[in-house]
Write a protein that binds this ligand. Structure first.
Ligand SMILES: C[S@@+](CC[C@H](N)C(=O)[O-])C[C@H]1O[C@@H](n2cnc3c(N)ncnc32)[C@H](O)[C@@H]1O
Length: 242
């Protein structure tokens, strides 16, 4: 699977730039994580949780700390982010395992299976042609009754990548006023190099093609630049038309 690994890792090793986006809620983490929490709670006990591209685990550690979690596994290729994740997870009582690796390479090698798999803002780095194949390997790590949720940038239906990049740049220049010009241009350069988002409907179709059960949108931000999508494991296929 092809991601521009060196460029993506270099960007996230300068964690403070990404952190500025989070602090200002420019990516709508708060609303997306509220929708994710609601989805999680409706499923019952969390069980074994896999966090792909976990970064500093700041949101997942807070959500999971007070819930019934059997284990937490976080995978990220940025040692800088993982050091912060270790700190953020220190208040959690469940066993944890932080793996410094490229999760696109790691997932096919894993043998463990999980109840919940979460991907936060890192799946869209794969080119379109590789995404269904990757989702298939994610499904192989999910228990039949499990669930996958991913929070990703999205294109509008019928919008091409250039259109998405223009829309993102226009929105960023108008709305991300709390960033320095260097931070803003650095982030836009990262997006131009590394982001290959799909529309929510395409993501759901890819999940269906990968043989997930149901797939649907849990949250989409007002500018329609970010969405949270959830898919159920193979068990729910039994209740679905082919
Ligand atoms: C935008 S941050 C998101 C962090 C966190 N999931 C969140 O939602 O705030 C993306 C994270 O994914 C990591 N990442 C991107 N591609 C990756 C890959 N192929 N393997 C491992 N980590 C990856 C980056 O290092 C970074 O920490």
């Amino acid at each position: 699977m092809h991601e521009d690994t060196a460029a993506v890792r270099e960007f996230f090793d300068r964690w403070e730039v990404y952190k500025a986006f989070v602090v200002h809620n420019y990516l709508h983490h708060r609303e997306a994580m509220a929708a994710f929490t609601e989805w999680l709670d409706a499923r019952g006990p969390v069980g074994d949780f896999l966090d792909l591209g976990c970064g500093d685990s700041v949101f997942t550690s807070k959500i999971l700390a007070s819930r019934n979690v059997a284990s937490y596994t976080g995978v990220d290729f940025s040692p800088v982010a993982l050091r912060l994740a270790e700190e953020n997870l220190s208040c959690c009582a469940f066993p944890r395992n932080l793996i410094c690796a490229d999760f696109f390479q790691e997932i096919p090698k894993m043998t463990a299976v999980f109840d919940i798999i979460f991907i936060g803002l890192s799946f869209h780095h794969l080119p379109t042609g590789d995404k269904t194949t990757f989702l298939r390997s994610v499904l192989s790590r999910l228990k039949p009754s499990g669930g996958l949720a991913f929070f990703e940038p999205v294109r509008l239906e019928g919008e091409d990548r250039e259109g998405f990049l223009t829309r993102t740049s226009e929105h960023a220049h108008a709305a991300y006023t709390g960033l320095t010009p260097d931070e803003l241009e650095g982030a836009l350069a990262h997006i131009r190099t590394a982001d290959f988002p799909e529309s929510p409907a395409t993501y759901c179709r890819m999940a269906h093609d990968a043989r997930f059960g149901r797939a649907g949108v849990l949250y989409i931000c007002p500018e329609k630049l970010f969405a949270l999508i959830a898919c159920s494991g193979i068990e729910s296929q039994k209740n679905q038309p082919a």
